[in-house]
Design a protein around this ligand. Structure first.
Ligand code: NAD
Ligand code: MG
Length: 303
């Protein structure tokens, strides 16, 4: 059926007025964690229509955690358009978003493996790698992208359970998943971790989250040195404000989510598709001398 709302020009122009790059204020909205991108207003642009591939990842096999929505979904769609087969992990509640990403990958004629499960469970992390490797026939690219961000105004109100869940999701899981993946990664493989501008400019209300994102940078810098002799590269991506479900499912107070990105020089949050090129570059063989680095995409404010 023709989509009457489809813009005449499907690809982003990059112009300030491009409707695919909407500007705040956004409607006030809240969802329970982990949230669904498909229920957001405006809908995030994961590149479904707007990402063009040029075969830069032909034949590669990638696993992306948090690949159902937001930045991970944009990376997954871009990877498929660049010629990769892609496995995505997500929480069972996010099946609807995951189904859309799987459909987008398969529309490119690439293999899509959907692996729901909770990465705060060490045994699941091992099984995740086993399922990805058997489904894809190996592994060349690992993107540790899943994350938990729940704001809290006062340290006295931050429970041990919440602190622990943030640490498990953002620090332990990348360790467990990467350790399980290493026996399957050969020279030329790439490991990517999604950190944040919060690693360098922590918000008052993201005390636990900001610490994990600083740890993610150290993850890349340390592991890059350790794995260089094996020809495996490790890098971190540090997004600034991006329009994703993370922000409207407890990541920010509702009134702050509505103006997410407004204070940046570009005056808006990034759309997930706008950071996908960094993930593509870091996964590609073109990045053969890029390791132990972190890359920002913050909207003008810098890291
Ligand atoms: P998102 O909500 O779309 O993606 C996060 C994903 O993490 C979820 O889709 C979910 O599948 C996954 N996840 C969370 N807990 C999990 C668990 N226990 N088990 C399995 N999966 C789990 O939001 P996003 O903004 O695209 O987040 C992706 C990454 O980007 C995160 O690491 C986040 O910290 C980082 N980041 C986001 C922003 C932003 O403004 N959106 C800024 C800086 C960094
Ligand atoms: Mg999601």
């Amino acid at each position: 059926m023709p989509n009457d709302n489809a813009p005449a020009q499907p690809f982003r122009s990059g112009a300030l007025s491009d409707p695919r790059l909407p500007r705040p204020d956004f409607p006030a909205q809240e969802q329970p964690f982990p949230g669904l991108a498909a229920k957001m207003d405006p809908l995030p642009d994961h590149g479904e229509v707007s990402y063009r591939g040029t075969g830069r990842l032909t034949g590669k096999r990638a696993l992306i955690t948090g690949g159902d929505s937001g930045i991970g979904a944009a990376a997954a769609i871009a990877y498929a358009r660049e010629g990769a087969d892609v496995a995505i992990n997500y929480l069972p509640d996010e099946q609807d978003d995951a189904d859309s990403v799987v459909a987008a990958i398969e529309a490119e004629g690439r293999k899509a493996i959907a692996i729901p499960g909770d990465i705060t469970d060490e045994d699941f992390c091992k099984s995740l790698i086993e399922q990805a490797v058997s489904g894809l026939g190996g592994l060349d690219v690992l993107v540790n992208n899943a994350g938990r961000q729940q704001f809290c105004h006062n340290l006295e109100d931050l429970t041990t359970e919440s602190f622990d869940a943030t640490m498990k999701t953002n620090i332990y899981a990348p360790f467990w998943i990467t350790r399980a993946a290493l026996p399957h990664l050969d020279s030329g493989a790439s490991v990517i971790i999604t950190s944040s501008v919060q690693a360098f400019s922590p918000s008052d209300i993201l005390f636990d989250y900001a610490q994990t994102k600083a740890a993610n940078v150290a993850f890349a810098q340390s592991l890059a040195k350790q794995l260089a002799p094996r020809g495996i590269r490790v890098n971190a991506v540090c997004p600034g404000p991006y329009w994703t479900a993370l922000q409207i499912s407890g990541g920010q107070p509702t009134e702050k989510a509505a103006i997410h990105g407004k204070s940046q020089p570009l005056g808006r949050p990034g759309q997930p598709v706008e950071i996908a090129p960094i993930y593509v570059l870091l996964a590609s063989d073109e990045a053969s001398y890029i390791t132990g680095e972190y890359f920002g995409s913050v909207g003008g404010g810098g890291l």
